[in-house]
Design a protein around this ligand. Structure first.
Ligand SMILES: Cc1cc2nc3c(=O)[nH]c(=O)nc-3n(C[C@H](O)[C@H](O)[C@H](O)COP(=O)(O)OP(=O)(O)OC[C@H]3O[C@@H](n4cnc5c(N)ncnc54)[C@H](O)[C@@H]3O)c2cc1C
Length: 319
């Protein structure tokens, strides 16, 4: 899938548009590298990996800084399950794919290339990065921006995945307004801190909030805080999330009781994207120190800069 408008599967030849870099002799996978007709290797200024809001923003500013930019995106933005995006100034209510298509057109206007492909390996060689894709293309660049976002690991409750982004939500700032004043549920899950906070937070949008802690054992302080906020705690296992014709009905308890709700909030576990990590053979053996840390994807101990001065990760908020 491509949501960035007229993206294309890259032919290696399409990558031969940037500067030539003739002295690249030590590159260990030389056969795979995109070469120009004269035998030199094309070196772009920057490869941006990931074409969501973060990657497109980075690509736009870099392209407007007269950098030769290649953006590679596998077409799976985090919010693809949602029908609309909210709270993004000037674009409130647009479909996520529309937002990205507009962004894609903007970066192309300044000469950036947008490739619909998945990065499967990255290696650092001679002060540059070699980025390899699923289709076998290799792009060489002086710098890499990692903007691959994060993935939401949803609670394994039947019905949650089917309703994700519709009747099952996680961010009240994004979609709370649309279900304001309605009966809401918050399901506790593996992301304990997030779930307990969410139960309290969601109360801002409705005075009818039920919290199903499930495996979470609440402390006395937490119970007091929730009751002070007028959030009702319902013990017992949630069997499934029930929906008909695409619309959420509510949650069904193990007892079979259906509790009618307009929307259910869950706390996904936020995990890194599919970009190969430091365990990749290339990264482990050739580039032990370059890997980009990111709050959400790679190394949460540092932010934004990699140990290599020429690679960056774009932190994203988890909302
Ligand atoms: C259901 C839902 C609804 C949301 N609604 C809103 C909202 O209304 N308002 C709001 O502000 N925020 C909302 N968010 C949050 C928003 O989606 C994220 O903040 C935003 O998507 C982060 O942008 P990003 O560019 O960092 O990551 P993403 O949008 O996830 O983009 C990352 C991109 O990198 C690509 N990628 C990953 N790995 C590779 C690889 N190896 N090679 C190439 N490409 C790769 C992916 O395909 C993807 O296109 C919502 C989130 C969810 C889950």
């Amino acid at each position: 899938m491509s949501v960035l408008g007229a993206t294309f599967r890259p032919s290696p030849l399409l990558l031969l548009t940037s500067k030539q870099f003739g002295t690249f002799g030590a590159y260990p996978d030389g056969d795979k590298v995109v070469r120009s007709g004269r035998g030199g290797i094309v070196v772009h200024d920057v490869v941006v990996i990931g074409g969501g809001a973060a990657g497109l923003s980075a690509a736009l500013v870099l392209a407007r800084s007269c950098r030769q930019v290649v953006l590679i995106d596998s077409g799976e933005p985090r919010n693809m399950a949602a029908e609309t995006t909210h709270g993004f100034l000037t674009r409130d209510g647009v479909a996520p794919e529309q937002l990205l298509a507009t962004g894609g057109a903007e970066v192309r206007r300044y000469g950036a290339q947008v490739l619909a492909d998945r990065v499967v390996d990255i290696a650092a060689v001679d002060g540059c990065f070699s980025v390899e894709t699923e289709t076998g293309a290799v792009v060489v660049a002086r710098a890499v921006v990692v903007a691959t976002g994060l993935r939401d690991e949803l609670p394994a409750i039947p019905g949650v995945r089917e309703q994700w982004g519709k009747g099952v939500l996680h961010c009240p700032y994004c979609h709370g307004y649309e279900v304001r004043d309605a009966p809401l549920a918050v399901l506790g899950g593996a992301n304990r801190a997030f779930s307990v906070h969410q139960a309290s937070l969601v109360r801002q949008w409705s005075d009818d909030v039920l919290f199903f802690p499930q495996e979470i054992v609440l402390s006395a302080d937490e119970r007091l805080r929730l009751s002070t906020r007028n959030v009702h705690v319902v013990e017992g296992e949630v069997n499934r999330v029930v929906a008909h014709d695409g619309r959420l009905d509510g949650v069904e308890l193990a007892s079979g009781q259906l509790i009618t709700r307009t929307a259910v909030f869950v706390g996904p576990r936020f995990t890194r994207s599919t970009l190969p990590g430091p365990t990749s053979p290339h990264c482990a053996t050739r580039t032990p120190t370059w890997w980009c840390p990111s709050r959400t994807s790679i190394d949460s101990s540092r932010n934004a800069h990699a140990s290599s001065p020429k690679s960056w990760a774009v932190p994203v908020r988890s909302g």
